[in-house]
Design a protein around this ligand. Structure first.
Ligand code: 5GP
Ligand code: ZN
Length: 113
C-alpha cells in the first residue's frame, strides 16, 4: 500500500468515482468538491509537483484537462470552469501528487480570480 493517496486511487486501493482514464492519466471526482462535478486530473505516475513532471506527461495531463472541460461543464450544466494547479505547499497543495482541479462554475456563484 502506497502512502500517496492519489497513487492509492490510481492503484485502486482507495475507491473513487472515475471520470476518465487512459494509460497515462486518471480523472476522478474530488471527495470534498468546491462545486458539483469538481474533478481532479492526475498523471498515473507519481510526481510531486509540475516541476518534477516530464513534459510528455504534462502534455498528456493537459490533453485530458482540455477534453474534460467541456464534458464536465455539460455533465453538471455549468456556465464555466476554473482550472488550476496548486503547485507546492505554499500554493495550497495538500496532496503531493500533481493534480489539476477542474471546478465547474455557475453564473452568479462569485466569479473567478
Ligand atoms: P490540493 O489542495 O492538494 O490542490 O487539493 C487536493 C484535493 O484532493 C482536495 O480538493 C481534496 O478534497 C482532494 N482529496 C484529498 N483526498 C482525497 C481522496 O482520498 N479522494 C478524492 N477523491 N479526493 C481527495
Ligand atoms: Zn502519488
Amino acid at each position: 500500500m502506497t502512502d500517496c493517496v492519489f497513487c492509492a486511487i490510481v492503484d485502486d486501493e482507495i475507491p473513487s468515482h472515475t471520470v476518465y482514464e487512459d494509460d497515462a492519466v486518471l480523472a476522478f471526482l474530488d471527495a470534498n468538491p468546491l462545486a458539483p462535478g469538481h474533478t481532479l486530473v492526475v498523471p498515473k505516475a507519481h510526481h510531486e509537483r509540475l516541476n518534477d513532471l516530464p513534459a510528455d506527461r504534462a502534455s498528456r495531463v493537459f490533453a485530458a484537462v482540455h477534453a474534460l472541460v467541456p464534458a464536465v461543464e455539460e455533465a453538471v450544466d455549468a456556465d464555466a470552469t476554473t482550472v488550476g494547479f496548486n503547485n507546492g505547499t505554499a500554493a495550497g497543495q495538500e496532496v503531493p501528487h500533481v493534480h489539476a482541479h477542474v471546478v465547474p462554475r455557475f453564473d452568479g456563484d462569485g466569479g473567478g480570480p
